[in-house]
Write a protein that binds this ligand. Sequence first.
Ligand code: SF4
Length: 222
Amino acid sequence: MGNRLIINKIYELLAKQYNNDNWWKADSIDEVIIGAILTQNTNWNNVEKAIAVLKENGLCSLAGITKTKEEDLAEYIKASGFFKVKAKRLKAVADSLYMINLEKYDNDELRAFLLSIHGIGNETADTIMLYGYNLPSFVINAYTMRIYSRIGIINKKDKYNQVRQLFMDNISKDIELYKIYHALIVTNAKEACKVKPLCTKCPLKALCKFGSDYENIDSKSK
Ligand code: SF4
């Protein structure tokens, strides 16, 4: 099966298995941007706690962040972990993006601009583009790398942009599809393709090289 067929087939199988309707429902673009920074190296529950504190204090916006001192911000977002580093990043992002004129940039320029801001790497830039600004930029994360390398479409050592391009070349350029597909990948990694995979409950088992080998080894050991 070619890459286009298999990547689209995987989407179909994941969409049949999981319902991701409630994935990343934020109240504003600013909240998505803030969440994209806070989620670095932590789980989403901790991000929600930090966002709740920012909201209680009326600071869950780029304007709110720009007017808050870095050390105070660190206290507000303590629940998200690495709070000093993240406070510095949030300040850099808010100062750069507050009042940004999106019309000045095409998608590639905006992505390059985001990547030039302290603390924004590929995954965060694409998350902000896709879930914040509603632009077609596919998000790759560690879960994507794990699932697709196990299936055998990519190599674990492939570069971020190479894998992103593989998706963007092979699925329809549809913002909602990009959003849902990434959410489905995350869900499958949490439900089945964990560090120690639960292949028997994975909807991708029939397509997956690692899954069929793993199952054979598992059944021999019983
Ligand atoms: S079959 Fe197993 S290894 Fe393959 S994607 Fe599913 S859980 Fe991961």
